[in-house]
Write a protein that binds this ligand. Structure first.
Ligand SMILES: *[C@@H]1O[C@H](CO)[C@@H](O)[C@H](O)[C@H]1NC(C)=O
Ligand SMILES: *[C@@H]1O[C@H](CO)[C@@H](O)[C@H](O)[C@H]1NC(C)=O
Length: 382
């Protein structure tokens, strides 16, 4: 009996290995296919929305443009191509980064969250340039200047945290999750201890701030009168930017409890059926397939792609096969949802991924960039 069981189990192991091998070779094929799909979306994004004379996307915004530039460079780093090589230096953001005398206070308009998306874009452009043997120093030094401006926006109101804007009217999750990320990732890049101190200071404050509710999801921000969670919307992107920040801090410190903390919010995103997913696919609370007065605005149309991008960054720094396995199916499923429900014949991507569009999916550079990054992230983990 024991022998039979042993034989049965080794037989099952052999079958499992066979199946896995089959799946693995399909996956490698899928990866290349997914990246080819991403290139079609990126080409159409540039053709349809990129304005060569302004270096900005028509109907784009500063912070969504920053994310889109980051996505294009993620794509080139993934494929090894140079398809969008000229865009960094000619873009509105890139030109500001190359100019040593840029007045960043004026350029950023007081938005401490927007500023940090720009830091992330400048670092990604620097990565691409370094990988191609080009000078990236202007991008790095501009990112450092912006970082210092943001670090000065920390004070003791509600016990700590960086203000959402230089008006000092609101402390919220995204600005502080970004500060965790820019501080921890900045330390990994520069080994400058000030960044690491800021990352630790930020996480100590953020975890005790009350902005993460009992479901594991971060709400938008704090009520300044009470310093309590204001109970406002749980956006998708908030749940992953904190995770990529925590994984960068893990990479700096080796503390795996930070990864477990990150997965609280990632898992809450995936588990909350009817809240942040539908049919296993990400759904922003404002995402509607059927015509209605309300819809996601331009900012909100890019959030889901940012969730996928920062899960990818989380997994890159967590550097653990079992953690990759835990999220790869979900990321792959986002790819399927986009291909089935959101991409049109011209390769624009609509904002609704979870079901077939019935007239309400939004078409914009933000929605296309969101879809683009989801494809790049899916390709990376498969
Ligand atoms: C580029 O932007 C400028 C300024 O907003 C606008 O006048 C022009 O029509 C845009 N060009 C294209 C090709 O969309
Ligand atoms: C470390 O980073 C801080 C904050 O960006 C900066 O003010 C300081 O000059 C840096 N120190 C060194 C040695 O580069």
């Amino acid at each position: 009996m024991a022998l039979m069981l042993f034989r049965l189990s080794s037989f099952l192991t052999a079958i499992a290995t066979l199946l896995e091998t089959g799946v693995a070779s399909d996956s490698r094929q899928q990866c290349t296919t997914t990246l080819s799909g991403a290139k079609l979306v990126a080409d159409q994004l540039q053709l349809h929305y990129y304005n060569v004379s302004t270096g900005q996307y028509n109907h784009g915004e500063l912070w969504t443009d920053a994310n889109t530039l980051e996505d294009l460079h993620n794509l080139m780093l993934a494929t090894g191509s140079d398809d969008y090589r000229g865009i960094a230096d000619t873009s509105y953001i890139g030109q500001a980064a190359l100019e040593p005398d840029t007045d960043w206070t004026k350029f950023l308009g007081g938005s401490n969250d927007d500023a940090q998306w720009i830091i992330l874009a400048l670092w990604k452009i620097a990565d691409y340039k370094s990988a191609r043997g080009q000078d990236s120093s202007a991008y790095m030094s501009s990112a450092a200047k912006i970082y210092d401006m943001i670090a000065r926006e920390w004070d003791d109101t509600c016990g700590g945290g960086v203000w959402w804007s230089t008006d000092h009217t609101y402390k919220n999750a995204i600005t502080n999750e970004l500060f965790l990320l820019t501080s921890a990732a900045g330390y990994l890049r520069t080994k400058n201890e000030t960044y690491l101190e800021n990352a630790n200071k930020e996480w100590s404050w953020l975890i005790d701030s009350g902005m993460r509710g009992p479901s594991g999801l971060f709400n938008d921000g704090l009520d300044l009168k009470t310093c309590q969670n204001n109970g406002q919307t749980t956006w998708t992107y908030n749940q992953a930017v904190v995770a990529s920040g925590l994984a960068a801090l893990y990479a700096a410190t080796g503390n795996t409890r930070l990864l477990d903390q990150a997965e609280v919010s990632l898992d809450a995103t995936i588990k909350f059926h009817g809240s942040l997913t539908d049919n296993g696919i990400l759904k922003e609370s404002c995402d509607l397939a059927v015509s209605n007065d309300e819809t996601c605005d331009h900012d909100q149309q890019i959030f889901k792609g940012i969730w996928t991008k920062h899960v990818q960054y989380y997994l890159d720094n967590a550097n653990d096969i079992s953690r990759v396995a835990k999220y790869s199916h979900f990321l792959g499923f986002q790819h399927l949802g986009i291909v089935r429900h959101a991409v049109n014949s011209a390769h624009d991507v609509g904002s609704v991924w979870y079901t077939a569009d019935q007239g309400q999916s939004q078409w914009s550079p933000e929605a296309s960039a969101s879809g683009l990054q989801a494809l790049i992230s899916a390709a990376k983990v498969r």
